[in-house]
Design a protein around this ligand. Sequence first.
Ligand SMILES: Nc1ncnc2c1ncn2[C@@H]1O[C@H](COP(=O)(O)OP(=O)(O)O)[C@@H](O)[C@H]1O
Ligand SMILES: [Mg+2]
Length: 430
Amino acid sequence: MIVLGRTPTKLAKLGTAFSLPLGKTFDSKSGVLSLGEEVLLDANEPHMILICGKRGFGKSYTMGVIAEGLLSMPGEARTTFAMVIIDAMGVFWTIQQPSSEPLENFKDWNLTPRGFPITVYYPEGLAEKYRPYAQFFHKGFQLYPSELELPDWLYLLDIGEGQAQATVLSQVIKRVKAMRGRYYSLEDMSEVLEQVGAPDNIYSALDRKLEKARNWCIFSDQGQRIEDIFQPGSCLVFDLSGAGELPWNVRTLLTALLCKKMYSKRAFVRTNEEISRIFGEPVNVTFPLIWLFIDEAHLFAPTEKATPATEPLLEWVRQGRRPGLSLIAATQQPGALDRRILSQCDTLIIQRLTAGQDSAAIGSRISEIYGAKSITEYMKVLPKEPGYAIVLNDLTEDIVPVRIRPRQSWDGGGSAKIEDYVHVTLDSEA
Ligand SMILES: Nc1ncnc2c1ncn2[C@@H]1O[C@H](COP(=O)(O)OP(=O)(O)O)[C@@H](O)[C@H]1O
Ligand SMILES: [Mg+2]
Protein backbone atom coordinates (compact mmCIF):
# COMPACT_ATOMS: atom_id res chain seq x y z
CA MET A 1 0.00 0.00 0.00
CA ILE A 2 1.26 3.46 -0.94
CA VAL A 3 0.03 6.75 0.52
CA LEU A 4 1.11 9.38 -2.00
CA GLY A 5 2.23 12.65 -0.47
CA ARG A 6 2.78 11.17 2.99
CA THR A 7 6.30 10.93 4.38
CA PRO A 8 7.40 7.75 6.21
CA THR A 9 7.33 9.67 9.51
CA LYS A 10 3.76 10.79 8.90
CA LEU A 11 2.82 7.31 7.73
CA ALA A 12 4.10 5.88 11.01
CA LYS A 13 2.05 8.44 12.92
CA LEU A 14 -1.21 8.39 10.93
CA GLY A 15 -1.26 5.11 9.05
CA THR A 16 -3.91 5.49 6.35
CA ALA A 17 -6.08 7.91 8.35
CA PHE A 18 -7.09 11.06 6.43
CA SER A 19 -6.21 9.63 3.05
CA LEU A 20 -8.36 8.70 0.10
CA PRO A 21 -8.31 5.77 -2.32
CA LEU A 22 -7.03 6.64 -5.79
CA GLY A 23 -6.55 3.22 -7.37
CA LYS A 24 -4.02 0.41 -7.65
CA THR A 25 -0.56 0.21 -9.14
CA PHE A 26 -0.35 -1.47 -12.52
CA ASP A 27 2.34 -3.24 -14.40
CA SER A 28 2.24 -3.71 -18.15
CA LYS A 29 5.90 -4.23 -18.92
CA SER A 30 5.53 -7.89 -19.67
CA GLY A 31 2.79 -7.10 -22.18
CA VAL A 32 0.10 -8.39 -19.81
CA LEU A 33 -1.62 -5.84 -17.63
CA SER A 34 -1.76 -6.67 -13.94
CA LEU A 35 -2.86 -4.68 -10.93
CA GLY A 36 -0.84 -4.47 -7.72
CA GLU A 37 -1.01 -2.72 -4.38
CA GLU A 38 -3.49 -0.10 -3.31
CA VAL A 39 -2.64 3.57 -3.90
CA LEU A 40 -4.02 6.22 -1.57
CA LEU A 41 -3.64 9.97 -1.63
CA ASP A 42 -2.80 11.99 1.48
CA ALA A 43 -5.60 14.40 2.41
CA ASN A 44 -4.26 15.36 5.81
CA GLU A 45 -2.26 18.25 4.46
CA PRO A 46 -3.09 20.73 1.72
CA HIS A 47 -2.08 19.61 -1.76
CA MET A 48 -1.82 21.20 -5.15
CA ILE A 49 -2.69 18.45 -7.59
CA LEU A 50 -2.63 18.73 -11.36
CA ILE A 51 -4.23 16.13 -13.58
CA CYS A 52 -3.23 16.33 -17.20
CA GLY A 53 -3.78 14.26 -20.28
CA LYS A 54 -5.42 14.17 -23.68
CA ARG A 55 -9.13 14.66 -23.99
CA GLY A 56 -11.09 11.56 -23.10
CA PHE A 57 -8.43 9.81 -20.98
CA GLY A 58 -10.08 10.42 -17.62
CA LYS A 59 -9.16 13.81 -16.14
CA SER A 60 -12.67 14.81 -15.10
CA TYR A 61 -13.35 11.24 -14.05
CA THR A 62 -10.28 11.27 -11.78
CA MET A 63 -11.43 14.58 -10.27
CA GLY A 64 -14.69 12.79 -9.50
CA VAL A 65 -12.77 9.91 -7.88
CA ILE A 66 -10.88 12.33 -5.63
CA ALA A 67 -14.09 14.18 -4.78
CA GLU A 68 -15.75 10.90 -3.80
CA GLY A 69 -12.76 10.02 -1.62
CA LEU A 70 -13.03 13.30 0.25
CA LEU A 71 -16.80 12.93 0.55
CA SER A 72 -16.29 9.48 2.06
CA MET A 73 -13.95 10.65 4.81
CA PRO A 74 -15.24 9.74 8.27
CA GLY A 75 -17.46 12.24 10.10
CA GLU A 76 -15.15 14.23 12.30
CA ALA A 77 -12.45 14.72 9.67
CA ARG A 78 -15.10 15.51 7.06
CA THR A 79 -16.35 18.47 9.07
CA THR A 80 -13.00 20.23 9.01
CA PHE A 81 -13.16 21.02 5.32
CA ALA A 82 -15.49 22.06 2.55
CA MET A 83 -15.19 21.16 -1.09
CA VAL A 84 -15.82 23.65 -3.82
CA ILE A 85 -16.17 22.40 -7.37
CA ILE A 86 -16.04 25.06 -10.05
CA ASP A 87 -18.07 23.33 -12.68
CA ALA A 88 -17.61 25.43 -15.78
CA MET A 89 -18.89 22.63 -18.02
CA GLY A 90 -21.83 21.48 -15.90
CA VAL A 91 -20.66 17.86 -15.45
CA PHE A 92 -20.16 17.38 -11.69
CA TRP A 93 -23.74 17.66 -10.44
CA THR A 94 -24.07 13.93 -11.19
CA ILE A 95 -21.96 13.07 -8.11
CA GLN A 96 -25.25 12.92 -6.21
CA GLN A 97 -26.47 10.02 -8.37
CA PRO A 98 -25.20 6.41 -8.03
CA SER A 99 -23.26 5.01 -10.99
CA SER A 100 -25.25 2.84 -13.38
CA GLU A 101 -22.21 0.72 -14.29
CA PRO A 102 -22.72 -3.04 -13.77
CA LEU A 103 -21.90 -4.27 -10.27
CA GLU A 104 -19.18 -6.57 -11.56
CA ASN A 105 -17.09 -3.47 -12.45
CA PHE A 106 -16.83 -2.73 -8.75
CA LYS A 107 -16.21 -6.12 -7.24
CA ASP A 108 -12.41 -6.10 -7.57
CA TRP A 109 -12.38 -2.76 -5.78
CA ASN A 110 -14.52 -3.52 -2.80
CA LEU A 111 -16.85 -0.69 -3.77
CA THR A 112 -20.54 -0.29 -4.49
CA PRO A 113 -22.29 2.36 -6.59
CA ARG A 114 -23.59 5.27 -4.54
CA GLY A 115 -24.43 8.95 -4.75
CA PHE A 116 -23.05 11.60 -2.38
CA PRO A 117 -24.64 14.59 -0.67
CA ILE A 118 -23.67 17.77 -2.49
CA THR A 119 -25.29 21.14 -3.01
CA VAL A 120 -25.45 22.39 -6.57
CA TYR A 121 -25.67 26.15 -7.11
CA TYR A 122 -26.79 27.84 -10.32
CA PRO A 123 -27.02 31.55 -11.16
CA GLU A 124 -30.07 32.81 -9.28
CA GLY A 125 -31.41 34.64 -12.30
CA LEU A 126 -31.71 31.33 -14.17
CA ALA A 127 -33.96 29.84 -11.49
CA GLU A 128 -36.83 29.34 -13.96
CA LYS A 129 -34.63 27.34 -16.28
CA TYR A 130 -33.33 25.10 -13.50
CA ARG A 131 -36.65 24.70 -11.67
CA PRO A 132 -37.78 21.51 -13.48
CA TYR A 133 -34.52 19.91 -12.28
CA ALA A 134 -34.75 21.12 -8.70
CA GLN A 135 -34.04 17.59 -7.47
CA PHE A 136 -30.46 18.00 -8.76
CA PHE A 137 -29.93 21.77 -8.89
CA HIS A 138 -30.58 23.09 -5.45
CA LYS A 139 -29.94 26.75 -4.90
CA GLY A 140 -29.34 30.01 -6.69
CA PHE A 141 -26.30 32.13 -6.02
CA GLN A 142 -26.00 35.76 -6.94
CA LEU A 143 -23.52 38.52 -7.18
CA TYR A 144 -23.96 42.16 -6.20
CA PRO A 145 -22.62 44.42 -8.93
CA SER A 146 -20.66 46.19 -6.16
CA GLU A 147 -18.48 43.10 -5.74
CA LEU A 148 -16.82 44.02 -9.02
CA GLU A 149 -14.08 46.62 -9.36
CA LEU A 150 -13.59 48.69 -12.51
CA PRO A 151 -10.99 46.28 -14.03
CA ASP A 152 -13.49 43.43 -13.53
CA TRP A 153 -16.15 45.36 -15.46
CA LEU A 154 -13.73 46.18 -18.23
CA TYR A 155 -12.86 42.51 -18.56
CA LEU A 156 -16.50 41.39 -18.44
CA LEU A 157 -17.78 43.96 -20.90
CA ASP A 158 -14.75 43.67 -23.16
CA ILE A 159 -13.66 47.29 -22.90
CA GLY A 160 -10.03 48.37 -23.29
CA GLU A 161 -8.49 50.39 -20.44
CA GLY A 162 -7.71 53.36 -22.68
CA GLN A 163 -11.15 53.49 -24.31
CA ALA A 164 -13.51 56.40 -23.67
CA GLN A 165 -16.10 53.85 -22.49
CA ALA A 166 -13.77 52.96 -19.62
CA THR A 167 -13.66 56.56 -18.42
CA VAL A 168 -17.44 56.86 -18.52
CA LEU A 169 -17.92 53.55 -16.76
CA SER A 170 -15.54 54.62 -14.02
CA GLN A 171 -17.67 57.75 -13.48
CA VAL A 172 -20.83 55.65 -13.41
CA ILE A 173 -19.43 53.34 -10.75
CA LYS A 174 -18.22 56.20 -8.56
CA ARG A 175 -21.55 57.97 -8.77
CA VAL A 176 -23.76 54.92 -8.20
CA LYS A 177 -21.64 53.98 -5.17
CA ALA A 178 -22.01 57.47 -3.75
CA MET A 179 -25.78 57.32 -4.27
CA ARG A 180 -26.60 53.78 -3.20
CA GLY A 181 -23.69 52.49 -1.14
CA ARG A 182 -23.15 48.76 -1.39
CA TYR A 183 -26.50 47.64 -2.67
CA TYR A 184 -26.88 48.90 -6.20
CA SER A 185 -28.24 46.96 -9.11
CA LEU A 186 -27.41 46.84 -12.81
CA GLU A 187 -30.57 48.88 -13.37
CA ASP A 188 -29.17 51.58 -11.06
CA MET A 189 -26.01 51.60 -13.13
CA SER A 190 -27.99 52.06 -16.34
CA GLU A 191 -29.93 54.90 -14.76
CA VAL A 192 -26.78 56.66 -13.66
CA LEU A 193 -25.29 56.13 -17.11
CA GLU A 194 -28.14 58.23 -18.52
CA GLN A 195 -27.27 61.01 -16.08
CA VAL A 196 -23.52 61.34 -16.57
CA GLY A 197 -23.90 63.07 -19.94
CA ALA A 198 -21.72 60.78 -22.06
CA PRO A 199 -21.57 61.34 -25.84
CA ASP A 200 -24.33 59.47 -27.67
CA ASN A 201 -22.19 56.77 -29.23
CA ILE A 202 -20.49 55.93 -25.92
CA TYR A 203 -23.79 56.02 -24.08
CA SER A 204 -25.46 53.57 -26.45
CA ALA A 205 -22.45 51.22 -26.56
CA LEU A 206 -22.29 51.04 -22.76
CA ASP A 207 -26.04 50.78 -22.43
CA ARG A 208 -26.01 47.77 -24.78
CA LYS A 209 -23.23 46.15 -22.79
CA LEU A 210 -25.03 46.59 -19.48
CA GLU A 211 -28.13 45.13 -21.09
CA LYS A 212 -26.07 42.12 -22.16
CA ALA A 213 -24.80 41.73 -18.59
CA ARG A 214 -28.39 41.62 -17.37
CA ASN A 215 -29.03 38.66 -19.64
CA TRP A 216 -26.34 36.62 -17.90
CA CYS A 217 -28.64 36.49 -14.87
CA ILE A 218 -25.77 36.41 -12.36
CA PHE A 219 -26.44 39.84 -10.89
CA SER A 220 -29.38 39.85 -8.59
CA ASP A 221 -30.42 40.95 -5.15
CA GLN A 222 -31.91 37.61 -4.19
CA GLY A 223 -30.44 34.20 -3.44
CA GLN A 224 -27.47 33.56 -1.22
CA ARG A 225 -24.26 35.50 -1.39
CA ILE A 226 -21.28 33.36 -2.12
CA GLU A 227 -19.37 34.11 1.03
CA ASP A 228 -22.27 33.02 3.22
CA ILE A 229 -22.48 29.46 2.03
CA PHE A 230 -19.23 27.75 2.96
CA GLN A 231 -20.26 25.44 5.75
CA PRO A 232 -17.77 22.95 7.20
CA GLY A 233 -18.51 19.54 5.71
CA SER A 234 -20.28 20.88 2.65
CA CYS A 235 -19.55 20.08 -0.96
CA LEU A 236 -20.60 22.95 -3.16
CA VAL A 237 -20.79 22.55 -6.88
CA PHE A 238 -21.03 25.86 -8.72
CA ASP A 239 -22.58 25.24 -12.08
CA LEU A 240 -21.03 28.17 -13.92
CA SER A 241 -22.10 26.89 -17.30
CA GLY A 242 -25.39 28.73 -16.71
CA ALA A 243 -27.14 25.98 -18.61
CA GLY A 244 -24.47 26.43 -21.26
CA GLU A 245 -25.18 30.14 -21.65
CA LEU A 246 -22.55 32.03 -19.69
CA PRO A 247 -19.65 33.35 -21.76
CA TRP A 248 -16.17 32.26 -20.68
CA ASN A 249 -15.10 35.60 -19.33
CA VAL A 250 -18.09 35.51 -16.96
CA ARG A 251 -17.15 32.01 -15.77
CA THR A 252 -13.56 33.17 -15.25
CA LEU A 253 -14.58 36.23 -13.29
CA LEU A 254 -16.93 34.27 -11.04
CA THR A 255 -14.12 31.83 -10.34
CA ALA A 256 -11.78 34.69 -9.54
CA LEU A 257 -14.22 36.23 -7.08
CA LEU A 258 -14.92 32.90 -5.38
CA CYS A 259 -11.20 32.20 -4.95
CA LYS A 260 -10.49 35.67 -3.58
CA LYS A 261 -13.27 35.41 -1.03
CA MET A 262 -12.33 31.93 0.15
CA TYR A 263 -8.67 32.87 0.39
CA SER A 264 -9.19 36.02 2.41
CA LYS A 265 -11.68 34.38 4.78
CA ARG A 266 -9.51 31.36 5.37
CA ALA A 267 -6.28 33.33 5.77
CA PHE A 268 -7.88 35.45 8.47
CA VAL A 269 -9.47 32.51 10.28
CA ARG A 270 -6.08 30.78 10.27
CA THR A 271 -4.66 33.67 12.27
CA ASN A 272 -7.46 33.24 14.84
CA GLU A 273 -6.71 29.52 15.04
CA GLU A 274 -3.04 30.28 15.62
CA ILE A 275 -4.01 32.60 18.51
CA SER A 276 -6.22 29.90 20.06
CA ARG A 277 -3.30 27.51 19.86
CA ILE A 278 -0.94 29.99 21.54
CA PHE A 279 -3.38 30.26 24.46
CA GLY A 280 -3.90 26.50 24.55
CA GLU A 281 -7.58 26.82 23.68
CA PRO A 282 -9.42 24.27 21.51
CA VAL A 283 -9.46 25.15 17.82
CA ASN A 284 -12.92 25.23 16.27
CA VAL A 285 -13.51 25.28 12.56
CA THR A 286 -15.36 28.52 11.95
CA PHE A 287 -14.49 28.66 8.27
CA PRO A 288 -13.50 25.30 6.77
CA LEU A 289 -10.31 24.25 5.04
CA ILE A 290 -11.05 24.17 1.33
CA TRP A 291 -10.49 21.63 -1.42
CA LEU A 292 -11.02 23.52 -4.64
CA PHE A 293 -11.64 21.68 -7.91
CA ILE A 294 -11.06 23.39 -11.25
CA ASP A 295 -11.42 21.48 -14.48
CA GLU A 296 -10.00 22.87 -17.75
CA ALA A 297 -7.69 25.04 -15.65
CA HIS A 298 -5.77 26.42 -18.63
CA LEU A 299 -8.87 28.41 -19.57
CA PHE A 300 -8.79 30.20 -16.22
CA ALA A 301 -5.05 30.84 -16.00
CA PRO A 302 -3.62 30.63 -19.50
CA THR A 303 0.04 31.25 -20.35
CA GLU A 304 -0.49 33.86 -23.03
CA LYS A 305 -2.57 36.42 -21.14
CA ALA A 306 -3.53 36.95 -17.50
CA THR A 307 -7.25 36.78 -16.67
CA PRO A 308 -8.89 38.04 -13.45
CA ALA A 309 -8.53 34.46 -12.13
CA THR A 310 -4.78 34.27 -12.68
CA GLU A 311 -3.71 36.23 -9.58
CA PRO A 312 -6.22 34.62 -7.18
CA LEU A 313 -5.20 31.16 -8.40
CA LEU A 314 -1.51 31.98 -8.07
CA GLU A 315 -2.07 33.23 -4.56
CA TRP A 316 -3.97 30.04 -3.82
CA VAL A 317 -1.17 27.73 -4.96
CA ARG A 318 1.66 29.85 -3.55
CA GLN A 319 0.25 30.84 -0.19
CA GLY A 320 -2.59 28.38 0.30
CA ARG A 321 -0.77 25.80 2.39
CA ARG A 322 -0.68 27.81 5.59
CA PRO A 323 -4.42 28.59 5.61
CA GLY A 324 -5.22 25.04 4.42
CA LEU A 325 -6.28 25.51 0.81
CA SER A 326 -5.88 22.68 -1.66
CA LEU A 327 -6.30 22.64 -5.40
CA ILE A 328 -7.25 19.86 -7.75
CA ALA A 329 -6.88 21.18 -11.26
CA ALA A 330 -7.14 19.39 -14.57
CA THR A 331 -6.02 20.40 -18.02
CA GLN A 332 -5.70 18.82 -21.44
CA GLN A 333 -3.11 21.45 -22.32
CA PRO A 334 -0.53 21.74 -19.54
CA GLY A 335 1.57 23.74 -22.02
CA ALA A 336 -1.15 26.39 -22.09
CA LEU A 337 -1.44 26.63 -18.29
CA ASP A 338 0.37 29.45 -16.49
CA ARG A 339 3.82 28.02 -15.72
CA ARG A 340 3.83 29.52 -12.24
CA ILE A 341 0.82 27.38 -11.33
CA LEU A 342 2.36 24.28 -12.85
CA SER A 343 5.54 24.81 -10.86
CA GLN A 344 3.64 24.94 -7.54
CA CYS A 345 1.90 21.58 -7.98
CA ASP A 346 3.16 18.93 -5.59
CA THR A 347 1.30 16.04 -7.20
CA LEU A 348 1.04 15.39 -10.92
CA ILE A 349 -1.39 12.84 -12.27
CA ILE A 350 -0.34 12.32 -15.86
CA GLN A 351 -2.52 10.49 -18.33
CA ARG A 352 -1.73 10.17 -22.02
CA LEU A 353 -0.37 13.44 -23.34
CA THR A 354 -0.18 14.90 -26.82
CA ALA A 355 3.37 15.18 -28.12
CA GLY A 356 4.96 18.62 -28.45
CA GLN A 357 4.20 21.61 -26.31
CA ASP A 358 2.22 19.80 -23.62
CA SER A 359 4.68 16.97 -23.15
CA ALA A 360 7.46 19.55 -23.11
CA ALA A 361 5.78 21.63 -20.40
CA ILE A 362 5.19 18.58 -18.22
CA GLY A 363 8.62 17.20 -19.07
CA SER A 364 10.41 20.31 -17.88
CA ARG A 365 8.39 20.37 -14.64
CA ILE A 366 9.19 16.72 -14.08
CA SER A 367 12.87 17.11 -14.71
CA GLU A 368 12.89 19.73 -11.96
CA ILE A 369 11.81 16.98 -9.60
CA TYR A 370 13.27 13.81 -11.07
CA GLY A 371 15.61 12.77 -13.80
CA ALA A 372 13.55 13.25 -16.98
CA LYS A 373 14.62 9.83 -18.25
CA SER A 374 12.64 7.74 -15.83
CA ILE A 375 9.30 9.30 -16.70
CA THR A 376 9.57 8.64 -20.44
CA GLU A 377 10.05 4.97 -19.63
CA TYR A 378 6.79 5.06 -17.70
CA MET A 379 4.92 7.01 -20.35
CA LYS A 380 5.71 4.26 -22.83
CA VAL A 381 3.90 1.66 -20.76
CA LEU A 382 0.76 3.73 -20.21
CA PRO A 383 -2.14 1.71 -21.73
CA LYS A 384 -4.01 3.31 -24.62
CA GLU A 385 -7.31 3.35 -22.79
CA PRO A 386 -8.71 5.76 -20.20
CA GLY A 387 -8.23 5.35 -16.46
CA TYR A 388 -4.44 4.92 -16.28
CA ALA A 389 -1.95 7.47 -15.02
CA ILE A 390 1.59 8.00 -13.88
CA VAL A 391 1.44 9.80 -10.57
CA LEU A 392 4.36 11.85 -9.31
CA ASN A 393 4.75 13.30 -5.89
CA ASP A 394 7.21 16.02 -5.11
CA LEU A 395 7.47 15.48 -1.37
CA THR A 396 7.99 11.74 -1.34
CA GLU A 397 9.59 11.71 -4.80
CA ASP A 398 7.36 8.86 -5.86
CA ILE A 399 6.65 7.91 -9.45
CA VAL A 400 3.79 5.44 -9.39
CA PRO A 401 1.82 3.93 -12.28
CA VAL A 402 -1.81 3.91 -11.15
CA ARG A 403 -4.99 2.38 -12.48
CA ILE A 404 -7.55 4.92 -11.24
CA ARG A 405 -10.43 3.22 -9.43
CA PRO A 406 -13.99 3.27 -10.82
CA ARG A 407 -16.32 6.04 -9.77
CA GLN A 408 -19.13 5.11 -7.43
CA SER A 409 -21.26 7.98 -8.60
CA TRP A 410 -22.64 8.75 -12.03
CA ASP A 411 -20.04 10.04 -14.50
CA GLY A 412 -21.53 13.15 -16.06
CA GLY A 413 -18.58 13.84 -18.34
CA GLY A 414 -18.89 11.12 -20.94
CA SER A 415 -19.38 12.19 -24.56
CA ALA A 416 -22.78 11.87 -26.22
CA LYS A 417 -22.73 8.91 -28.59
CA ILE A 418 -25.24 7.38 -31.00
CA GLU A 419 -25.23 4.21 -28.89
CA ASP A 420 -26.77 6.23 -26.03
CA TYR A 421 -29.89 6.60 -28.14
CA VAL A 422 -30.04 3.56 -30.37
CA HIS A 423 -29.86 -0.08 -29.37
CA VAL A 424 -27.30 -2.10 -31.35
CA THR A 425 -27.93 -5.67 -32.36
CA LEU A 426 -24.73 -7.47 -33.24
CA ASP A 427 -24.78 -9.77 -36.25
CA SER A 428 -23.99 -12.68 -33.96
CA GLU A 429 -27.16 -11.96 -31.91
CA ALA A 430 -29.49 -11.38 -34.88
N1 LIG B 1 -10.69 5.32 -14.00
C1 LIG B 1 -11.60 5.06 -14.93
N2 LIG B 1 -12.32 3.91 -14.90
C2 LIG B 1 -13.24 3.64 -15.83
N3 LIG B 1 -13.54 4.45 -16.86
C3 LIG B 1 -12.88 5.61 -16.97
C4 LIG B 1 -11.87 5.96 -16.01
N4 LIG B 1 -11.38 7.16 -16.36
C5 LIG B 1 -12.05 7.53 -17.48
N5 LIG B 1 -12.93 6.60 -17.85
C6 LIG B 1 -13.82 6.66 -19.04
O1 LIG B 1 -13.32 7.62 -19.96
C7 LIG B 1 -14.31 8.60 -20.23
C8 LIG B 1 -13.67 9.95 -20.45
O2 LIG B 1 -13.15 10.41 -19.24
P1 LIG B 1 -13.15 11.96 -18.89
O3 LIG B 1 -12.75 12.08 -17.47
O4 LIG B 1 -14.42 12.60 -19.29
O5 LIG B 1 -11.97 12.48 -19.84
P2 LIG B 1 -11.29 13.91 -19.90
O6 LIG B 1 -11.85 14.73 -18.80
O7 LIG B 1 -9.83 13.62 -19.73
O8 LIG B 1 -11.60 14.43 -21.26
C9 LIG B 1 -15.24 8.57 -19.04
O9 LIG B 1 -16.54 9.02 -19.37
C10 LIG B 1 -15.22 7.10 -18.67
O10 LIG B 1 -16.13 6.39 -19.46
MG1 LIG C 1 -12.99 16.52 -18.90
